[in-house]
Design a protein around this ligand. Structure first.
Ligand code: SAH
Length: 240
């Protein structure tokens, strides 16, 4: 019989622990993937999300990587969740609805105002060529940019700054989505939208909520359609 040296036993134990930990992690990932598929079925297909590409993107993006570690278990719940600096990541259904309203085909360049966690930007990145996203809080912009790179998104460009003014250097855009509640449609965003382009934005309505608008630029004019009442954190606007 051979006696095992202390070092050897320690190395075997450490090896076993690594295998156990990675098995537990793989199991967690499986549970989360199932929760994500259930979210797509019940919360999205079960409502009015019919765009197959949007459903596929929502099924692909690991939403649990965009929430706080303590909230991973709630990542696929039918509600918004708090993120850092008092902001929120929207309910999955609202992300899917806003994305569907942008009517994306695949070759577009899209601007998002309000990066937050970066989740909406990641969903867009699955669907179009290039995504430009602006976040007014530099800390959130930094975290989102790092997270998106870690997850392998190479077509998202994150900038810290005031998205009310859009991103003139990269304009015009095929579609623009604002993920914070505005008092009105910002004129710079209309200017930076291509002819025929779509702008989706929550705008203040009576009663403390906002109306989600789907706007379209036709012959230089913006027409808009009210889609649903929603509640977003406020868009920071220049003082008038
Ligand atoms: N789309 C995000 C959620 C956005 S919450 C996600 O998927 O996680 C709204 C975000 O808009 C907040 O992070 C807030 O800081 C940001 N915001 C508010 N006013 C802004 C402005 N003027 N320009 C850019 N970002 C703004």
């Amino acid at each position: 019989m051979t006696t095992m040296g202390k070092c050897q036993a320690g190395a075997i134990l450490a090896g076993c622990l690594t295998i156990l930990t990675s098995a537990a992690l793989a199991e967690d990932e499986l549970i989360l993937a199932r929760a994500r598929q259930e979210m797509v079925e019940r919360q999205l297909k079960g409502r009015d999300i019919t765009d197959a590409r949007v459903l596929a993107a929502m099924g692909n993006v690991p939403r649990h990587r965009f929430v706080r570690p303590s909230m991973v278990g709630d990542a696929y719940a039918d509600r918004p969740l708090p993120i850092d600096e008092g902001q929120t990541i929207s309910q999955p259904y609202i992300v899917a609805l806003m994305t569907q309203l942008l009517e994306l085909k695949g070759s577009e360049r899209v601007l998002e105002v309000g990066t937050g966690s970066g989740y909406q930007a990641a969903v867009l990145a699955e669907l179009v060529k290039q995504v430009y996203t602006i976040e007014i809080l530099p800390g959130l912009a930094r975290t989102a940019a790092v997270r998106l790179v870690e997850l392998g998104f190479t077509n998202v460009h994150v900038r810290a700054g005031d998205g009310y003014r859009g991103w003139p250097d990269e304009a015009p855009f095929d579609a623009i989505v604002v993920t914070a509640g505005a008092t009105h449609v910002p004129a710079p965003l209309v200017d930076q939208l291509k002819e025929g382009g779509r702008l989706v934005i929550p705008v203040d309505a009576a009663g403390g909520y906002q109306e989600l608008l789907q706007c379209r630029k036709e012959r230089g004019q913006l027409s808009s359609m009210a889609i649903a009442p929603v509640r977003f954190v406020p868009l920071v606007e220049p003082k008038r």
